[in-house]
Design a protein around this ligand. Sequence first.
Ligand code: SAM
Length: 223
Amino acid sequence: MKISALTIFPEYFSPLELSLIGKASKSGLVNFEILDLREFASGVHRSVDDTPYGGGAGMVMRPDVWGEAIDNFATNESATVIDLVILTPSGRRFTQRDAQELSESEAILFACGRYEGIDARVEAHYRKDERFRVHALSLGDFVLNGGEVAALAMIEAITRLIPGVIGNPSSLLEESHVSEGFLEYPVYTKPPIWRDLEVPDVLLSGNHAAIAKWRGEKSAQDR
Ligand code: SAM
């Protein structure tokens, strides 16, 4: 699978070299490609933004620069369909189901906005292009300075679902949000007593049926 991002701050993506995601990249399970949006801007200053039509505060990212960058990406991409994720706080909230669906994609391109966001015609244009599946997604109901942190969070959620990335795939089956509304049971490790707080007896009993029953009861009910 290939996961790409278009950004004016490519350095933001250096954490992709770390931990399990970094290993997945080194072993070829996923191929990351971080592209600098400014390379597709013209002029001495390689400006990617301009003042908003209708007035108002801030700057808006230019559709011509984004169009050039996305078209160039598509020309060099062999996948028949490209999942284009446009990051925006006004998009649909990203869920585990999106992570699952996108983990089966051949090629994902994250469009990381900055300033007041990306000119709305970019989303409208690529929604009409059959090569693209466009997803306008939000990380949550808050506003970040740019899409990079949102893209990183989504990339981690997606990548860990690619077969082979997590050492023990059975750990993915019981996780929170694996199905609508499911939250994992509370977990404990050694020592058995910590600051007067004891591990529930059932977990020390060795009775697997009783443990499974307890975990079933505790899932989703404690929060
Ligand atoms: N003016 C926009 C609004 O009020 O909806 C906010 C723009 S925000 C300062 C700049 C960029 O950060 C957005 O274009 C988007 O790419 C990214 N961003 C901010 N919050 C986000 C969120 N909750 N989820 C995803 N991306 C977000």
